[in-house]
Design a protein. Structure first.
Length: 444
């Protein structure tokens, strides 16, 4: 019944609306997906959302938009290298086309709110404190990505961007719904005082929304029951875990996720070096930096010298080599207990480059993520996002009518706030909470 064993067959190019392109010179379905994503409102808004450093603080640093472009390039490079390598040639035909992997990568962060993961924690916390039923609560950036491309974007009335099945499958990083993912929740409530004070370690489950489970079911339609069960498996939980974590993702999603991790680590390291967050030696040096250097130097001679060089060309060459070598070190892995290639196959970073990647991650966490300046930014972002959200919950006529849904008031408010750029959120905050800084007649 299904051409499910054909990588680019009609099954994987199907759209939820049932629309079929019939024009004789139609582009590849995934080329159309890529175009819809690039021309979407949510994609453009990523230019004003922080990647790790605040957008607007410096004209050098990356935003969510430039990060997504780099992830698309890296993922495309991984696919190209795997095809040229000839390794496990029986798997090669299942690798995504350039348009398909770029579509997935360009859209993968489209649901992230202002102020990154701090804003994400605040929106989840605020929605947990709202009056809606338990099955409707919660916010998570990846879940919001699925909601945007499948529901909120205005390319179609009922199906968002109406992307193809294989693109949607590639965007589902965590195939579990919110209520099933929750394991426990600390007994904290809004009545405890300033919302920010309880959000620092608040973690939303990695998931999709309960309301989008039908989209997940559609994405994996036609797979065997065994493959469906394998795809939805979760890791064992302990009494310390707040939520269940999924264990698997599709082949396309694994390539996107690996490219995202490479970009996140190496390019954030580059930004940290340029802005002085990462230093070698002296009182500002760190154990993590020295371990990173000791890990890189035997494998890639000269790269460490380039990273810490004042010559921008040498540093760019070192960063480029790190990315290139990680792309080359990507390998196919096949699960023994899954049969369909899109579910059974994934790509992973192996060998010495995996150790180098881990050492860079440690530097990023110690020198950038945990830096007092970044913690200050995170705290400010949580305060801005949570106060805006609670104000709109309390007085929902603050939200522009075109953005407000009387059938789902709290969810539409969360959609509105999460869609804001960093600067737009600040402007709203000033308008509501800072006297004499904004006129009420200023268009918002």
């Amino acid at each position: 019944m299904f051409d499910i064993d054909c990588p680019d067959g009609a099954h994987w190019q199907a759209r939820r609306s049932g629309t079929v392109e019939t024009d004789a010179k139609k582009p590849e379905a995934w080329e159309r997906d890529r175009a819809r994503i690039i021309h979407s409102f949510a994609f453009r808004r990523m230019q004003g959302k922080m990647q790790i450093f605040m957008s607007g603080e410096n004209d050098y640093i990356r935003t969510r938009l430039t990060h997504s472009l780099e992830v698309a390039q890296i993922a495309g490079g991984i696919v190209s290298m795997l095809k040229k390598s000839g390794e496990k040639s029986e798997y090669i035909k299942w690798l995504p086309s350039q348009n398909l992997i770029e579509s997935i990568c360009l859209a993968h962060d489209i649901g992230h709110p202002p102020y990154g993961h701090g804003g994400e924690r605040s929106l989840d916390y605020c929605h947990q404190q709202s009056s809606v039923g338990a099955t409707c609560k919660g916010f998570e950036g990846n879940a919001q990505t699925l909601r945007i491309v499948c529901r909120l974007e205005s390319h179609t009335r009922d199906y968002g961007l109406d992307l193809t099945r294989r693109t949607i499958l590639g965007l589902i990083k965590y195939p579990i719904c919110y209520s099933d993912a929750l394991h426990k929740r600390p007994g904290r409530s809004r009545s405890m005082g300033a919302p920010t004070s309880v959000q620092g370690d608040w973690k939303p489950p990695k998931c999709i929304y309960d309301s989008d489970t039908a989209i997940l079911d559609w994405a994996i339609e036609g797979l065997s029951n065994g493959d469906k069960d394998y795809f939805k498996e979760t890791k064992p939980t302990t009494s310390e875990d707040w939520f269940k974590e999924t264990s698997h993702k599709s082949l396309d999603c694994s390539i996107m996720d690996l490219a995202d991790e490479i970009s996140y680590a190496v390019h954030d390291l580059e930004d940290g070096l340029a802005l002085g967050f990462v230093k070698r030696g002296g009182v500002l040096g760190s154990v993590a930096v020295e371990k990173m250097c000791d890990t890189i130097e035997p494998v890639l001679p000269g790269v460490v010298e380039g990273l810490f060089s004042v010559d921008g060309c040498l540093r760019k060459a070192a960063i480029g080599r790190l990315v290139h070598e990680m792309m080359k070190a990507t390998e196919f892995v096949k699960a023994a207990n899954s049969s369909h290639p899109l579910i059974a196959l994934k790509c992973e970073l192996r060998g010495k480059m995996k150790a180098i990647f881990d050492s860079i991650e440690n530097v990023k966490d110690e020198c950038i993520i945990c830096h007092p300046a970044q913690r200050t930014l995170e705290w400010r972002g949580m305060e801005v996002v949570s106060r805006l959200t609670f104000a709109m919950f309390d007085t929902n006529n603050l939200v522009p009518p075109k953005c407000f849904d009387v059938k789902s008031p709290e969810r539409s408010i969360v959609d509105f706030v999460s869609g804001m750029t960093d600067e737009y959120a600040v402007r709203w905050f000033e308008r509501l909470f800072v006297p004499r800084t904004r006129t009420i007649f200023e268009p918002m």
